[in-house]
Unconditional design. Structure first.
Length: 277
């Protein structure tokens, strides 16, 4: 009996030692090579946060394909990004095109492991009492329905090609606060989807997370270069800068973030965590 227990303990110890040898711990020593050899497709890639993410990924050695509906804006973004950046026209309302679109852009660099969804819209000039079905559908179709089926197409591509990859979504601190607007409701739905997809896709080696920024200094909120970034939305009394979101993206999409899965990571100075408005 004692010999059997000792044998089991020894077998367990040997297994642990072997396991530790098989799993390398990634340390960030050379940030410029953090994403070497990786390719990312970024929806909303010409927008404020999407563009900052693209820049940040390029600085870490990643090749990027930015996607959006405005070709002129995409071309201008590529002129700024240069290097290993390309663009593709992608409409988040055209769900039937997602699968073919992903398969076609793969030919640009040969493969894609990283999918980032930064596409999204706000409601303007509406409150709860005058919200219309048309406006509600406009926001939800892009922010939630389109995102859901984009994730489905991306996951199918990775699964069918036996690729381990990552899906990262730009959510919002509003997704953790009481919501009445379609935007807030869409981010609640997105956060729940991220947790569910992390569980569903984990067996296929697909990692799923979201970043939830607070008010960010982008055109979406009317910010223009040179404007004040003062804000009473959080304890730091300033807006989040898009570059800060980009820096966090680098970690989550790299091998250093492999153990982070199913998380909604706030970058909001507490907004949406302990500051629930």
């Amino acid at each position: 009996m004692i010999k059997t227990k000792i044998k089991k303990v020894l077998i367990t110890l040997v297994s642990i030692l072997k396991w530790e040898k098989k799993i390398p711990i990634v340390s960030i020593k050379e940030p410029g090579k953090l994403l070497d050899g990786k390719v990312a497709l970024i929806t909303g890639g010409s927008g404020g946060i999407g563009m900052a993410i693209a820049k940040s990924l390029l600085e870490c050695g990643c090749k990027v394909i930015i996607a959006g509906t405005n070709e002129q804006k995409l071309k201008k973004s590529i002129e700024i990004l240069q290097n290993d950046a390309k663009y593709v026209i992608l409409n988040m309302n055209d769900i039937s095109s997602f699968r073919d679109k992903i398969n076609s852009v793969v030919s640009i660099f040969g493969h894609i492991e990283l999918f980032v969804n930064s596409a999204g819209v706000h409601s303007e000039n509406f409150d709860f009492w005058n919200m219309t079905e048309c406006e509600y559908d406009r926001v939800m179709d892009i922010n939630l329905k389109g995102v859901y089926f984009f994730a489905q197409s991306a996951a199918k591509y990775l699964r069918d090609n036996n690729l381990k990859g990552k899906l990262l979504f730009v959510s919002s601190s509003r997704g953790s606060e009481p919501a009445w607007s379609p935007y807030g409701v869409s981010k609640w739905g997105l956060n729940g989807m991220v947790k569910g997809l992390a569980k569903e896709l984990s067996p296929y080696g697909i990692n799923v997370n979201a970043i939830a920024p607070g008010s960010t200094a982008t055109n979406l909120l009317g910010y223009k270069k040179g404007d004040s970034i003062y804000s009473d939305d959080n304890s730091e009394c300033r807006m989040i800068m898009p570059e800060e979101v980009g820096n966090l993206t680098n970690l989550l999409l790299s091998d250093a973030g492999n153990m982070i899965n199913g998380e909604i990571i706030h970058i909001s100075s507490g907004r949406g965590i302990y500051d629930i408005r």
